[in-house]
Design a protein around this ligand. Sequence first.
Ligand SMILES: [Mg+2]
Length: 308
Amino acid sequence: MARVENGASKPYRALSNGDFNELLDSVEAFLFDCDGVIWKGDRLIDGVPRTLEMLRSKGKKIVFVTNNSMKSRKQYASKFRKLGLEVSEEEIFSSSFAAAMYLKLNSFPREKKVYVIGEEGILEELKLAGFTCFGGPEDSNKSIQLKSDFMVKHDENVGAVVVGIDPHINYYKLHYGTLCIRENPGCLFIATNCDAVGHMTDTQEWPGAGCMVGAICGSTQKEPVVVGKPSTFMMDFLVERFQIDTMKMCMVGDRLDTDILFGQNAGCNTLLVLSGVTTLPMLEDSLNTIHPDYYTSKVSDILNFLGD
Ligand SMILES: [Mg+2]
């Protein structure tokens, strides 16, 4: 079912026996997004354990690359365990980790602080990397009063504001982050990711980090540095850690504008699964310009291709 939409677009097709066996021959590492690929909320997607087991038995490296910043790598490893999957922290690349690594690689001064709009995962990774940070859950119950003698004093030592998904976002957090970015000279504005929506539960799609990041863009009139997908920032770590050429990697994800674009930007093979936010009509929409190499309904489809 190969097709070419227009001159600028890539051809793409439903994954076939032949395609998968070719991938199995040429790919050394499979990179998986999590939400909508491995699980939906706290529910494992059908056939995932057997699929991962099969790939491991074929000697393939398995890596999880997630934009969801709510958890640290350690917390993700625990979530995998609870779902019955044995995954080590070294196999997990989360955008919370990427935010900490961005500051580390850019020699963020140790005497400066980081303000966080987001969840515990970001704070945990920042602390692990040796940074002083605050905000996040501890500011979730703070409120402001719009009266003439009220003001919020912000810390002038804040040199970076990291924004990720925050289900407890409030006006205090938005105000504090805005003050730091607008008033502290050189203060960085870092977004873990800009996903529009995600499966925070298996019942429906919820507003993603793009919602919180968008609010700070609006109040500061600044654009963030994005460290999650589709930015290839995390790819540098993957390549260095696993010493595998990106051409020998296959990115498997459910989102076109993050997962598939990330894979393409890095030069990986790409496989879209329709078990998350993207439907076949969305992929086939003539306005969509991001096309994976292949698509299939869910990751466990590949089990059917084995040995053929
Ligand atoms: Mg996803």
